[in-house]
Design a protein around this ligand. Structure first.
Ligand code: SF4
Length: 194
């Protein structure tokens, strides 16, 4: 994301009088962003001048220690401390719609990530969750909203489209291999070609 996009997020938040409960700076790995300190300062400024109770988190793998040590004290750091190349993960790339038992589910129900992590914002705009933004990047559905959705707007249409593709919708299974289902294989193939 660019600095201007972060400024626009803050401008919209203030104009709509939104005092966020929490703002999490996530990635990929946020510390590799060349303007990460500027981004942090803009969000801190929003907190200090408009929304004192907002908690700001930075979610990192902890590898860039030199940068990590310079993060201001007001930021809550969530460090996954990745030390090896082998980690447990979810079979994210197994789309529920490719599995018989999930075919007729109501995908608008989403998963608990929506409840605990909330809405996502990336370089394209606003999504019901951050993961949906990543899915859209590969599937190119162009579903990003340019404005922060209204409070009563549950983004059900978006959830219906993204959750059917997202491995998080399934029961967590702690996968140990990089399996992919048909829908994702085809999507990555098209993504690479484009
Ligand atoms: S897109 Fe995935 S992570 Fe986001 S709410 Fe749906 S199932 Fe959960």
């Amino acid at each position: 994301m660019t600095i201007d996009q972060i400024k626009d997020f803050i401008k919209q938040s203030i104009e709509k009088n939104i005092k966020w409960k929490k703002i999490s700076i996530v990635g990929g790995e946020p510390l590799i962003h060349e303007n990460i300190f500027e981004i942090i300062n803009l969000i801190l400024d929003y907190k200090n001048h408009f929304s004192r109770k907002t908690k700001i988190y930075l979610v990192t793998n902890g590898i860039l220690e030199e940068k990590l040590n310079k993060i201001p004290e007001d930021i809550i750091i969530i460090n996954s401390n990745k030390k090896t190349r082998v980690s447990k993960f979810i079979s994210f790339n197994i789309a529920p719609i490719d599995l018989k038992q999930y075919k007729n589910k109501d995908f608008r129900n989403a998963c608990s990530i929506l409840k605990y992590c909330g809405m996502g914002l990336n370089m394209y705009g606003y999504y019901p969750c951050a993961v949906a933004g990543g899915i859209d990047r590969v599937f190119k559905m162009n579903m990003a909203r340019k404005e922060i959705p209204e409070k009563n707007d549950l983004m059900l249409n978006e959830l219906n489209l993204f959750c059917r593709l997202c491995g998080h919708f399934k029961k967590h299974d702690n996968a140990i291999s990089c399996e992919m289902s048909k829908t994702w294989e085809e999507a990555y193939k098209k993504f690479r070609q484009s």
